[in-house]
Design a protein around this ligand. Sequence first.
Ligand SMILES: [Zn+2]
Length: 225
Amino acid sequence: MLTKNLNKVFDYTLKGKTYIPKRIEFRLIYNKNIKKSDWNNSNFKVYRQELKLKHYFGQSMRCAYCRVQLRADAYWEDLDHIVSQNDKGSWIFYPKNLIVTCEPCNRLKNANLTLANPKADRFPLFSNGFNIFNPHFDRWSDHFEIINGIFLKGKQNTKGPATYEHCHLYRSDVIIYYVDQQRIWNVLTMRRLTHKLKDSIKGSNEEIHILKAINHLIQRKKYNL
Ligand SMILES: [Zn+2]
């Protein structure tokens, strides 16, 4: 194999690894009167931290969506709501509604409805209940693939393409991270980037991000990294 198989590295799931709330926490988090404004309430601080660590390690210390490596201390990364706080305020502490993401995935994601049935009054406990990838129910490799070691793609007819749009996964920080994973294959990686550049539409976001990745690789080589 010529390049590091990121498809394999990134293929883990939170299925069966979701944080299980303690009995005392159940009463707190499944309370129908919970509102969006309770998110920072100190009563939930320990719960939030424990859940975050459990999911952080369950996700192999990577962002649930783009699979970029997260900071070692975890506490600086955001917990992300799959169904947004504005959408369903009483679900904000549900363990299967929470994942750990990188800061750009959290910040850039659309406020679009992620529920397949926006009127649902119960949190769906199955994959098809969501329009986007939910790592508590879905396997990453069923929805995404990495082409030629560096290009992330949502697989057709899966939740991959919608998730790709939702989190703006065409970002340059993502492709640069993948390029850095293929460290020993600079020549091959450069060839793949330039091929892709030729195929991309002039002035498109794709072209801009590939150019940034090419420039990153040139700079990296200059410093013998
Ligand atoms: Zn991410």
